[in-house]
Design a protein around this ligand. Structure first.
Ligand SMILES: [Ca+2]
Ligand SMILES: [Ca+2]
Ligand SMILES: [Ca+2]
Length: 203
């Protein structure tokens, strides 16, 4: 009898992970005379609770997708990554990085020529977008460009005409439509409500 009771408790334990409502299972008395039907009802409850959990995970995923659609233009899928350009400006490069991190990624790091071409086309083909912040800063040492996330030197740079000019102290990196999507240094703080940022996310 003890082993059956243990079995019943284990079933209850599995349900705990599905839904807090299953607390009630622990407070209800075990009917000694009809353990089988009690076990059956527990199995049914567990199935129901796990279905509820699946539904809430689905609802949460939908919510995240809705927020993503509100905050970002339609994504670019490239090389098993998802790139998104914000519909909103950033107050600082740190804020842009925080947004990207919140969505499970980082401020887009242009690593090579192929990724650069893909992102250039993405920037050029996204309407209402002009200046797009990407990863890269020479704040630590003027002229030495590092990825903020890793602290490593940029493995790819392609400056627009006359850049970088560090005009009035510009220590962050963007891709600029005016330059055909080529790179420009710009201030790391707020510059214009028209400026956007680009996140690199897992697909
Ligand atoms: Ca990259
Ligand atoms: Ca600079
Ligand atoms: Ca500049």
């Amino acid at each position: 009898m003890v082993s059956i009771r243990l079995l019943v408790m284990l079933w209850g334990l599995q349900c705990i992970s599905c839904n807090a409502d299953s607390d009630s299972l622990w407070t209800s008395k075990l009917p000694e005379q009809d353990l089988q039907s009690f076990i059956d009802s527990l199995i049914q409850q567990q199935k129901k609770l796990c279905t509820n959990e699946k539904n809430s995970v689905k609802a949460l995923k939908n919510q995240v997708e809705n927020v993503t659609n509100l905050l970002f233009y339609p994504p670019l899928i490239y090389n098993n990554k998802k790139y998104v350009i914000s519909k909103v400006p950033y107050q600082s490069s740190e804020e842009a990085m925080t947004y990207c991190t919140a969505f499970g990624g980082y401020l887009a790091e242009v690593n090579d020529q192929n990724e650069y071409r893909a992102l250039q086309n993405f920037v050029l083909n996204t309407p209402e977008v002009d200046v797009v912040l990407v990863a890269g800063s020479d704040a630590k040492q003027e002229g030495i460009w590092l990825y903020q996330r890793t602290g490593k030197p940029l493995s790819f740079l392609d400056w627009g005409p006359g850049q970088p000019d560090n005009l009035g102290d510009e220590d962050c990196l963007n891709m600029w439509k005016k330059f055909g999507g080529k790179m420009n240094d710009l201030p790391c703080g707020f510059r214009s409500s028209q400026d956007r940022f680009l996140c690199e996310l897992p697909k």
